[in-house]
Design a protein around this ligand. Structure first.
Ligand code: T46
Length: 144
């Protein structure tokens, strides 16, 4: 079963769609290496019990690629890269938001039951984070 691009918003951030197996017992979605995943998954983590008024992210990565999935509930992701800036509302467990290197992300407006599952292309490295907006803007300016 293959992932399908939903849109072409940006090279740095766009939605992908997972196939669903649905029957009277419920639904099942599969994420499988070699079926259209844009990278090999090295790490999985998840955000949950996030207060409604809390913001997460607020940084970019130098190399990391990630897929964000609203496994339960909903939340918003503001993504900014060289070619575009867009606010996604993730609320569908059959969709994943791809976020590539050089993309600033901010997550907010979590519903009470929201769970954000993240598949990541690399292990955790603090040195991969760009946590300063000014540094990020300088990086983008250098790529134009
Ligand atoms: C991202 C968004 C969606 C670890 O020890 N290992 C890990 O794999 C991660 C992701 C975090 N941490 C530690 C580092 C901090 O002490 O957990 C603490 C909270 O991490 P952070 O403030 O980076 O969490 P978020 O939710 O702001 O950002 C995370 C990811 O870091 C980031 O890459 O895109 O989730």
């Amino acid at each position: 079963m293959t992932l399908v691009p939903v849109d072409k918003t940006s090279m740095g951030h766009h939605l992908l769609s997972f196939p669903v197996v649905s029957d009277i017992r419920g639904k099942l979605s599969v994420i499988e290496d070699g079926t259209g995943l844009p990278f090999h998954v090295q790490r999985v983590y998840y955000l949950y019990d996030v207060p409604e008024n809390s913001r997460r992210g607020g940084h970019a990565h130098l190399q990391l690629q990630q897929l964000l999935i609203a496994i339960s509930g909903a939340f918003s992701v503001e993504a900014t890269s060289t070619d575009s800036s867009y606010c996604y509302r993730l609320a569908d467990p059959t969709q994943a938001l791809y976020i590539g290197p050089g993309t600033w992300r901010e997550l907010h407006s979590f519903t009470a039951n929201a769970v954000c599952l993240v598949l990541a292309s690399r292990q955790y490295e603090e040195s991969d984070y760009i946590r300063s907006w000014d540094e990020f803007k300088n990086l983008l300016a250098g790529h134009k």
